[in-house]
Design a binder for this molecule. Structure first.
Ligand code: ADP
Ligand code: MG
Ligand code: MG
Ligand code: MG
Length: 399
């Protein structure tokens, strides 16, 4: 079928005709539930049998802006292929793909509606005791096995070729690494923080560090990244974690995905200024968030280093001292990328609900100033970071 955006009814007819999903003649209910910036997401459920699936379809433009912002349908292929690679490495941590249709740019996948989007869970101040272990495993396995250390050299180069994702990378290059640091038309910030934003636009040493981080994003094909690993791309329950939405996947610096997780935990930390009901609740939840940042790093690093020692295909992996230097660079990159991601969520086009939920403009501005201060400190001080407790120290010093 030639490409066209499906209606709810057409999505039902589409899945009805796929083998092995629903019984013939089943009564299927369909709802478009997409809340993301880019795509259509249909939830389709058998009203008697109870079975359900998700149909995600790319639009030929960015949903958040409309048809004036055309965007490649190839992102649906990238997403489906990335999900399939991740499923081979960590099947319990991603949705199962049932079907991919290149022409319609759509993927039929496992319905995860029994989970909640982690950003919502953090806004509700829920705690997820297994999250750090799960996301540490996701990061360690997906990054290690696609890197030059863990993949066969031919396989690695072939993967780089399948995940050239220029249009989605360009969105990151502009919206994370460029526009927020100058007076760009895409920016969208609270007018009350204009003085702090202008300080950033005029902060030459900061912009120099961001330029270096951007150059790393542009040039370092280290591992197959998820590319958009914010807490809106993570589904959680108390016992389960599932990573969705890897349409930004490409070969880039490992620290970028880890930094995305740090940034989104710390954006919630800043937002607790306005989200928490009282000081006690705020302090306690913030302590949980900082602990989670540290645990994510320690889970990642212990699993990654274990894979390095046991599964490395690259012989130089065993050269004395190399893994320690490598891991330290990943942490410093992660801290720098976390800083960029915090700044862009305050200044740039796409904000986060953690902050935007705060109703009072004044209170939200205070939370945003804190996010800006933490983000800048992370970028400027990243080269002194040697362990995850140094991140906690930077945050505590900034408050
Ligand atoms: P976008 O690329 O447009 O951001 P996402 O993949 O993030 O799209 O999906 C948008 C929303 O659709 C999610 O926030 C979630 O509410 C819902 N959704 C996406 N995938 C699933 C799934 N596998 N199971 C249940 N809901 C999903
Ligand atoms: Mg999304
Ligand atoms: Mg979303
Ligand atoms: Mg997406």
């Amino acid at each position: 079928m030639a490409y066209r955006a499906l209606t709810e009814q057409e999505a039902v007819e589409y899945v009805r005709n796929l083998p092995n999903l629903f019984a013939t003649g089943a009564t299927l209910a369909s709802h478009e539930i997409g809340d993301g910036n880019l795509n259509l997401v249909f939830h389709i459920r058998d009203e008697e049998g109870g079975k359900s699936v998700i149909v995600k379809q790319a639009l030929p433009y960015a949903r958040v802006v409309g048809e004036s912002w055309p965007l490649t349908l190839d992102r649906a292929r990238i997403e489906a292929e990335a999900l399939q690679i991740q499923y081979k490495l960590v099947p319990e941590l991603v949705p199962h793909v049932y079907h991919y249709d290149a022409e319609l740019a759509l993927t039929v996948m496992e319905d995860l509606s029994d989970h909640i989007i982690m950003r919502k869970g953090l806004i509700a101040k829920n705690r997820y005791p297994l999250f750090a272990k799960h996301i540490g495993r996701f990061l360690a396995h997906t990054l290690f096995y696609t890197s030059d250390i863990g993949a066969h050299p031919y396989e690695k180069k072939a993967l780089v070729g399948s995940f050239i994702n220029p249009e989605l990378c360009k969105i990151t290059e502009d919206l994370v690494f460029t526009d927020p640091y100058e007076d760009a038309s895409t920016n969208n910030f609270n007018p009350l923080i204009r003085p702090e934003v202008e300080d950033i636009w005029h902060n030459a040493p900061l912009k120099r560090e961001i330029a270096k981080l951007k150059y790393g994003f542009l040039t370092r094909a280290e591992a197959l990244l998820h590319g958009d690993l914010h807490t809106g791309s993570i589904f959680v329950t108390e016992t389960s974690t599932k990573v969705i939405d890897p349409e930004f996947a490409y070969y880039g610096p490992l620290g970028f995905d880890i930094g995305a997780v740090f940034a989104n935990l710390l954006l919630n930390y800043a937002a607790q200024h306005g989200l928490a009901k009282n000081d006690e609740e705020r302090e306690s939840y913030r302590a949980y968030l900082l602990e989670t940042v540290e645990d994510v790093w320690s889970e990642f690093v212990s699993q990654f280093v274990q894979l390095w020692h046991k599964q490395a295909k690259e012989r130089s992996a065993h050269v004395e001292g190399f893994w320690q230097d490598y891991v330290k660079n990943v942490l410093q990159d992660a801290v720098g990328y976390a800083g960029c991601k915090m700044l862009r969520r305050v200044i740039g086009l796409a904000g986060v609900a953690d902050l935007n939920t705060i109703e009072s403009d004044e209170v939200r501005a205070e939370a945003e100033r804190l996010a800006l201060a933490i983000g800048q400190a992370l970028i400027l001080e990243r080269t002194q970071v040697a362990e995850a407790t140094d991140i906690t120290a930077i945050v505590n010093k900034t408050v």
